[in-house]
Design a protein around this ligand. Structure first.
Ligand SMILES: *[C@@H]1O[C@H](CO)[C@@H](O)[C@H](O)[C@H]1NC(C)=O
Ligand SMILES: *[C@@H]1O[C@H](CO)[C@@H](O)[C@H](O)[C@H]1NC(C)=O
Ligand SMILES: *[C@@H]1O[C@H](CO)[C@@H](O)[C@H](O)[C@H]1NC(C)=O
Ligand SMILES: *[C@@H]1O[C@H](CO)[C@@H](O)[C@H](O)[C@H]1NC(C)=O
Ligand SMILES: *[C@@H]1O[C@H](CO)[C@@H](O)[C@H](O)[C@H]1NC(C)=O
Ligand SMILES: *[C@@H]1O[C@H](CO)[C@@H](O)[C@H](O)[C@H]1NC(C)=O
Ligand SMILES: *[C@@H]1O[C@H](CO)[C@@H](O)[C@H](O)[C@H]1NC(C)=O
Ligand SMILES: *[C@@H]1O[C@H](CO)[C@@H](O)[C@H](O)[C@H]1NC(C)=O
Ligand SMILES: *[C@@H]1O[C@H](CO)[C@@H](O)[C@H](O)[C@H]1NC(C)=O
Ligand SMILES: *[C@@H]1O[C@H](CO)[C@@H](O)[C@H](O)[C@H]1NC(C)=O
Ligand SMILES: *[C@@H]1O[C@H](CO)[C@@H](O)[C@H](O)[C@H]1NC(C)=O
Length: 442
């Protein structure tokens, strides 16, 4: 039998184990998807502290459907910093028994959350005797839209356009955090309750929604398209710093954790108020996470539909090279940009070598020709010298010298004379008379 003390210790141990299990379980139960919807960090589902960047970034998952503050989330985009949600449509219908307008009006307060209303949403009113307002009491903002259905002109409206006939649309400013719908009670549908007893008003996003003419002919259809709800776009950002410069000062709290991420200033309305992270150009993934979970290089070559290359594609960090295939050249980034080279590189090399050899050969030949010509000229000169020698009795003189031995004078070569007279320099001439004497002797 265990004593009381032992029992207490056992109970304590069990309690500790359970607490540890719970904590561990919570840690492990941080989910990043709910049903078909991805919930990427900085958002998360679970109670762990690291599950989401801040408590306000936690999403609930009920029956495989993600919810944020009771509105169902359809998608979260990291690249655009947006979250698509479904919000209820407000309505106002004539009650024939009470003889008044029964209105269900809807709105929400996003103050203190990472979200605000995207200015891509449009406030839309559908009805035939309708005036509705959208207002944000926190920023003193109010706007309205009225629609009516004069006669049968409804059918002439085109799908997707809202012209005030059965439908009215207005844009909203950037930075709204609160919105509330209200109907103008004096615009009641008592006169037309047989055909269109209800008016509808909602803030909605049109990226996935087309207004059909059939909504104008029968406004109830508008309410039933998504089961009384309409898609709305929220913008989100990181609010712990005013802008990127301030955010980057604190390395621990800076949310752009990936090595290949960039920071974007986020402005709600006039002034900067928050920041966002995005992957650098050429990278994709989650800029809010480190390492391999963060931004990774895009292999552009595997996605020719987005990164066109009409030649040889080579992926590199943060980009890609696109060059023409061997044997072609040009701009491989444009279709038909690569043209066949007239010659292959091998042929070009061969031609280069042949041209080199030929030019050397011609050079050599030319030199030979010049040399040949020179030698011919020299021979002709020699022959001419010889002739002059003979003509002026040179040979006779030689014969005489041979016969008489020393004839009293010597026969000099032209070269010898040239050196002796320094190229017949005038200073070496022994006066005019000497020359005459010489002439006379001959
Ligand atoms: C983030 O980068 C992607 C791809 O480079 C780009 O399409 C997107 O517009 C960027 N987001 C913002 C908010 O600038
Ligand atoms: C629009 O519809 C597509 C396909 O149904 C979906 O993937 C996407 O998340 C929707 N976008 C929004 C903002 O709801
Ligand atoms: C009309 O008003 C009466 C009295 O207020 C209420 O009992 C009834 O449910 C209303 N009808 C509709 C369709 O809302
Ligand atoms: C509805 O409008 C009619 C005239 O258009 C008016 O007589 C009636 O008082 C209005 N009812 C309410 C509840 O405003
Ligand atoms: C919206 O919520 C914030 C914070 O929760 C609160 O201070 C503010 O009063 C709310 N605004 C309205 C109009 O209820
Ligand atoms: C809204 O209007 C009230 C009263 O006119 C004023 O006291 C308040 O400062 C205004 N708020 C803003 C955000 O302009
Ligand atoms: C509007 O869209 C509906 C459904 O797509 C189509 O049946 C109808 O013909 C369209 N009307 C016009 C005027 O384009
Ligand atoms: C609109 O649809 C919702 C959901 O089906 C329903 O609860 C609501 O009563 C409808 N509103 C009108 C005015 O029909
Ligand atoms: C940086 O951020 C961390 C976490 O938010 C905070 O604890 C710390 O005090 C901040 N440091 C400075 C210098 O602001
Ligand atoms: C963000 O805004 C600040 C001014 O508040 C500016 O100095 C900085 O260059 C901006 N950063 C980016 C990335 O746009
Ligand atoms: C190739 O064509 C693209 C698209 O026209 C152009 O942007 C690029 O500068 C061109 N590249 C070269 C090397 O001419």
């Amino acid at each position: 039998m265990a004593s009381n003390g032992e029992l207490t210790i056992l109970r304590l141990t069990i309690a500790f184990a359970a607490a540890a299990l719970l904590a561990g379980g919570a840690e492990a139960q941080c989910l990043h998807s709910c049903g078909d919807v991805d919930i990427p960090y900085p958002f998360g589902i679970g109670s762990g502290d690291d599950c989401a960047l801040f408590p306000g970034y936690k999403i609930d998952c009920n029956n495989n459907r993600p919810f944020y503050l009771d509105v169902e989330a359809l998608s979260i985009s990291l690249q655009l910093g947006q979250m698509g949600v479904m919000t209820p449509i407000s309505s106002s219908c004539y009650n024939t028994t009470a003889k008044n307008m029964d209105s269900t009006m809807w709105g929400f307060n996003l103050s203190g959350t990472p979200f605000m209303l995207s200015d891509s949403n449009k406030f839309t009113v559908i009805g035939c005797q309708s005036l509705a307002y959208i207002s944000d009491p926190m920023s003193n903002y109010t706007s309205g839209c009225a629609s009516s259905c004069p006669g049968a002109t409804v059918v002439s409206a085109t799908n997707g356009t809202c012209s005030g006939i059965g439908c009215c649309q207005t844009t909203i400013p950037k930075g709204l955090e609160y919105y509330k719908v209200s109907f103008e009670e004096s615009m009641n549908t008592s006169g037309i309750y047989n055909t269109t007893p209800c008016s509808y008003a909602v803030l909605m996003d049109y990226s996935n929604f087309t207004l059909l003419n059939s909504y104008l002919a029968s406004p109830l259809k508008f309410n039933t398209t998504y089961g009384g709800r309409a898609p709305v776009m929220f913008d989100w950002a990181i609010w712990d710093a005013r802008d990127c410069v301030e955010a980057q000062k604190n390395h621990t709290s800076y949310a752009c954790k990936s090595d290949h991420s960039v920071c974007l200033n986020y402005s709600s309305g006039a002034e900067l108020s928050a920041y966002m992270c995005n992957c650098s150009k050429g990278y994709q993934g989650n800029p809010y996470l480190q390492g391999s979970n963060g931004c990774r290089d895009i292999n552009e070559c595997e996605h020719p539909e987005s990164y066109s290359c009409y030649g040889e594609c080579r992926n590199k960090d943060g980009g890609f090279d696109c060059s023409c295939h061997a044997g072609t050249r040009g701009n491989a980034s444009i279709p038909g940009g690569c043209q066949k080279n007239f010659l292959t590189p091998k042929a070009q090399v061969a031609i280069g070598v042949v041209a080199f050899i030929l030019s050397i050969l011609f050079g050599f030949l030319g030199w030979e020709v010049i040399r040949h010509k020179r030698s011919i000229k020299r021979q002709a000169l020699l022959r001419q010298n010889d002739e002059f020698f003979q003509q002026h009795g040179g040979q006779l003189l030689l014969e005489m010298m041979k016969v008489e031995g020393n004839a009293g004078f010597t026969l000099y070569d032209r070269q010898e004379i040239e050196t002796a007279t320094n190229n017949f320099n005038k200073t070496h001439i022994i006066g005019e008379g000497g020359r005459e004497l010489f002439t006379g002797q001959c």
